[in-house]
Structure formats: C-alpha cells, structure tokens
Write a protein that binds this ligand. Structure first.
Ligand SMILES: *Cc1c(COP(=O)(O)O)cnc(C)c1O
Length: 358
C-alpha cells in the first residue's frame, strides 16, 4: 500500500518480539517507526515514515537555546474487535497549531497530520498492547531547526510523530500541594501552549513539593495566588455538594481534551458542570463543611486520577474514598475506546491505513 503523499521506509527487523507488554514503564519503549516532516522555505515537505532513530542536531539548534519546542499527547487503543482506534485526533492538531501560533512556529496542515497519524498507527497497530486500558501513546513534537544563535523565530522546523506502547495506567491517588511561591503561568504568558518551557519551569517547585511529601503541585494564579489553575499535566475537577466545578480556561490553563470530553460526558449524564474561577478559599471552606465530595485530575495519560489530599499553608485536607464521578468519566472513556459504550459524539475513529492509489 502506498500513500500518495507519505514516503514509507520500513525497519528490516521489528523490535516488537523483544517487548514485554506486561512490563511497560510509561515513556521508555518506542515503536519501530516515526513520522517526520521538514519545514523549509516557508512550506512543510518530505512527509515520510522511517525507522525511529536518533537525530543529528547542530549544537547551535535554536530549539535548544531559546525553546521553540511544542508537543502533543494522544492515544490509540484497540477495540474489542481488534481494530486500532483514534480518539478525537482532530482536536490534537487544532491544539498543536494553537501552540505553534503562540510560539511563533508554523502551523502543520491538519489533513496531513490526520493522514500521518492514521498511516503510522495502522503500521504500528501490533504495538498496541491487547489488554484493556493499554494503548499506543502518540507523541507529536515540533522543534526549531535553524543552526544559529540569536533570539528570533527559526526559519526551519521539524515535525516528528513517535509512538510508544503503554500498559494500563492504574494511577495511585495523588496528593497535591497548593503552591504560593512559584507559579506555572501568568495571564499573557504561554500557559495555554503545550510548550517545553512550561514543564522545565515546573520541575524545581515540583521537587520542593515532593520533599514536603506531596506528589504534585496544584497551581494557583500568578497574581493573587488565589484561583486554582491545574496540576502537572492534568486539569482539575471538584465535586462540591451536588455541583461539579472546574476552573475556567482563561489563557493560563492548558485546554485539556480530556477535560472537554469529561464535561460533555457529565452533561450527557444529566450533571451540571460549572466552568468558573474557583478560589482555594472556596475549597478550604467546602472541605470544612464536609461538602468537598471528590477531587480528580483529567488528562490523556491517566484519563482520570483521584486526588487523595490537598495541602495548603498549614492545612491538610484529606479527601475520602469517593470516586463516583471520576469513575463515571473513566469507565465511559475506556468503554468508548474499547467500543463497548455507545459513541454519541463520534469521538472514536478507526485508524485507517494509507490511502491506496488506484
Ligand atoms: C496535556 C496537558 C493537560 C491534559 O490535556 P489532555 O488533552 O486532556 O491530555 C493538562 N494540563 C497540562 C499542563 C498539560 O500539558
């Protein structure tokens, strides 16, 4: 099968037989192939799928020095009938291009992105572990490729899509520290972009939070340290009484696709979801009154992760065992991926192989 637009060169020997699907640490095992495209002279070109291999990069590469680097994270899964399925892939290219615009990088053509993902996932479908909850994690990356020093937008870029088999993710409940010294994102900054520097900047405060005995940071707004933003690589939801609330994305919060999916699932099930400013004081008060029923994070990797406690100043808010709302979201998303839940939204699409030229 030949794609009219994507050149394919295959590995001579797959590494798949060496992979133990029962022991897959997240992020360490890569599949055989990657998609690559280059941006030069104002256009994307040389669309290709080739054996995954290290790149040779000049020490003056602009991405390394000045940080023009953006990424995405999505998953392909296997339906109960053994078909490789994608989940809302078009949302990921919309967000990748929004990140690109903010970082002064070129947009990537959406139709080529979708074709690349379809072709690559179809080629690598044997890399999708068969057990429920396992997936092929898809990591698109765009980096500057100019070889020159000087703070300016690069003229050359590379887009790479790699895929990694990942085992079922059974996240342990996470404890969160509400941070009042360091910030993740300020209004007008790059918080809404999935760009490398956001994660680099989070490492040191996260290390301090771990030293305090917490797993991750719950970020507060940069101006007043009052309004809750999000967590590491997850958006956050609170169940207060019979209301479900989640911070409104107003420019500083990553617009999670799982967050949007969760909101639509909850609404479909008759729940009301408020997207608004949520202050840490409101959470402390709700907890004090026994009204904070459930807190959870949402993101592609974990789908839903229960929050077990939140530390704020000298308070430790222990949260009970309730996982009702989080479980509803998680089981619905897993059911959609497996093809056992009715997809009212047409979110799941089979990964079709390359278009056959006739
Ligand atoms: C990727 C990410 C999320 C979650 O987004 P999904 O599309 O749901 O995977 C949330 N917050 C941050 C900071 C992220 O990088």
């Amino acid at each position: 099968m030949i794609s009219p637009k994507i050149t394919i060169s295959r590995v001579e020997k797959s590494r798949l037989p060496q992979i133990d699907f029962n022991n897959l640490p997240f992020g360490k095992e890569f599949s055989d192939h990657m998609f690559v495209a280059d941006y030069e002279d104002g256009a994307w070109k040389d669309f290709r799928i080739e054996p995954l291999a290290p790149l040779s990069i000049h020490p003056g590469n602009l991405a390394w020095h000045y940080g023009q680097s953006i990424f995405e994270g999505m998953k392909a899964s296997k339906s109960k009938d053994g078909v490789a399925m994608l989940f809302r892939p078009e949302q990921h290219i919309i967000r990748l291009n929004a990140s690109a615009t903010r970082m002064c990088m070129p947009e990537f053509p959406a139709d080529m992105f979708i074709e690349a993902i379809n072709t690559l996932v179809d080629m690598e479908k044997d890399w999708i572990p068969p057990s429920e909850g396992s997936a092929l994690y898809i990591r698109p990356l765009m980096i500057a490729m100019d070889e020159a020093l000087g703070v300016r937008p690069s003229a050359k870029y590379k887009l790479i899509i790699m895929t990694l088999p990942v085992g079922p993710y059974y996240p342990k409940p996470v404890s969160l520290w509400a941070e009042e010294t360091y910030i993740r994102a300020a209004q007008g900054g790059v918080g809404e972009a999935k760009t490398a520097g956001n994660y680099a900047a989070s490492l040191y405060p996260a290390k301090l939070a771990i030293e305090k005995g917490y797993d991750q940071i719950m970020w507060l707004d940069a101006k007043e340290f009052k309004y809750i933003q999000e967590v590491g690589t997850m958006n956050i939801f609170f169940v207060i009484g019979d209301k479900i609330v989640t911070p409104k994305t107003t420019g500083t919060i990553l617009k999670g696709i799982t967050k949007d999916t969760a909101i639509q699932i909850l609404k479909h099930n008759g729940y009301e979801v408020e997207q608004r400013l949520i202050s840490i004081d409101e959470i402390v008060e709700a907890h004090g009154k026994g009204e904070l029923k459930e807190v959870f994070g949402s993101g592609t990797a974990a789908v839903v992760a229960k929050v077990s406690k939140i530390g704020y100043r000298d308070q430790v808010m222990e949260l009970g065992d309730n996982t009702e709302i989080g479980d509803l979201i998680k089981s619905t998303i897993n059911g959609l991926r497996l093809g056992t839940a009715t997809d009212h939204w047409n979110w799941t699409v089979p990964a079709k192989g390359p278009a056959v030229s006739v």
